[in-house]
Structures are given as structure tokens and as C-alpha cells.
Design a protein around this ligand. Sequence first.
Ligand code: SF4
Length: 250
Amino acid sequence: MLSTEEIKRLSDEFETKPPQEILKWALDTFWPEIALSSSFQTQSMPLLHMASRIRRDVLIFFLDTGYHFWDTLIFREQIASKWQLNVLDLYRDTRWDAFVRQHTRTLPMEDPNLCCFLHKVQPMQKALKDMQAWISGIRRDQTSVRSQAKILELQEDGLLKINPMLNWTKADVKRYVKENNLPTHPLLDKGYRSIGCAPCTVATGLNDNERTGRWNGRSKTECGLHTDMFQHKNIAEVKQDFQLDISLRK
Ligand code: SF4
């Protein structure tokens, strides 16, 4: 168990280290109680490639929200099989099935915070419950929230979040993908630069920020995995802090 001071010192030290070195430290230090999360889009490829070259059997969480593009699910299958990755799909708690079925079409539009909490935040919290560390692929150049992140972040419940790609830019990702001849998500060529769930993702212009296509036209920029929402452990807290719109029914 690292002290808060050690975490801060290491995090500062890692600011000048390449992602491969941070990943190696993380996997050596916390194995086997460590997992990586990935959305299996083009920008996720470098992290998946680096981590699986250090440990082929690293546990990778993929959030299967039920709202993905078919192309994403196929791409996830292809990469997992080709690179022999240890991928575990995460799903929403079955307690919410009846509610979500009732609001399937409207939920992402009418209440994206609730939708993201049920399909992303809660399943990830549950999957990480017995882990010591969580590797995420966020970068500072993606959103204003991410620009404030640290390489090592201790969560309230003791989980250590590790962000090895934080200092990489869009150009670094492009260069690594090219140099290593990595596969790209099939929707990239159609203008989808950041790919999440289908109802909340649109194609964007070549020079637009890659996150512009996510929750386009709305103030929402994050699903909640990398914001304060992740510290909320139940729907009542989220409902109060994120002003959920749809009234919950049993
Ligand atoms: S990204 Fe959209 S569809 Fe996916 S969980 Fe969030 S609100 Fe729902």
C-alpha cells in the first residue's frame, strides 16, 4: 500500500516518463489486482498494444452498454482475438433491465447522466471493487476535465487510478499507430474521431477536437468514469448531484 506522499512523488516523477515505463511499474507493482479499461477505438490501440506486450494476460474491461455501434463490437472481437487479449465485457446491473427496456430509445437523449451511470459508472465500480489499481487511457488534450488529471490518482475508496497516456497528444497516438502498423476502428475513415455509444456520437470535421462528436450540442463532455460521478456509489447521490431528469420507476 503506497502512502499519499509516495503516490504524489511517483506521479510527479512519471510526468517525464514514457507510458511504457509507467505501465511496467503499474503491472509489476499491483499484479494481479490490476485491470485496464478500454473503449476499443483507434486512440485506445497504443495503450492496449503496450500493455499486452508487457503482460499478455492483463485483464481488460470493456463496457458493453448495449448502445454501441455494431462496428465497435466487431472491432473489439477482432482485436481481442488477434492479440489474444484477456477481455471481460461489463454490463449494467440486471436490476435496471426493466427500467432501461421501458426507456431504451429516450434514455440517452433525455437523461444521459443517468444512462452513463447505469451503463458505464456502476458496472466499472463493481468490476474494480476487488482491484488495487485501474489503468485508464485518458489524455490531457481530450477535455478540460482530463487536462486537470494526474498520472496517479488515489480514489476515495483506496483504488489507485493510473493514467499512463496523460501527456500524449492526438499526434503521438497517430504516430504510434502508424509506426506499429496498428489496426484502426472502421468508423474512423467515416469521420468518427472519438467513438462512444451510437446515440451519443456523431462524425466530425478533420480539424475538430476529437471529442466534439460526443454528446454533440449538449454541455456533457464526460461519461462520468473520469469525473466526480465515479465517487458516487448509489443512484440517490447521483440523482441529487447530477439532476437526473427521468423519474425512476420500479
Ligand atoms: S454514452 Fe450515451 S448511450 Fe452510452 S451510456 Fe452514456 S448516455 Fe447512454
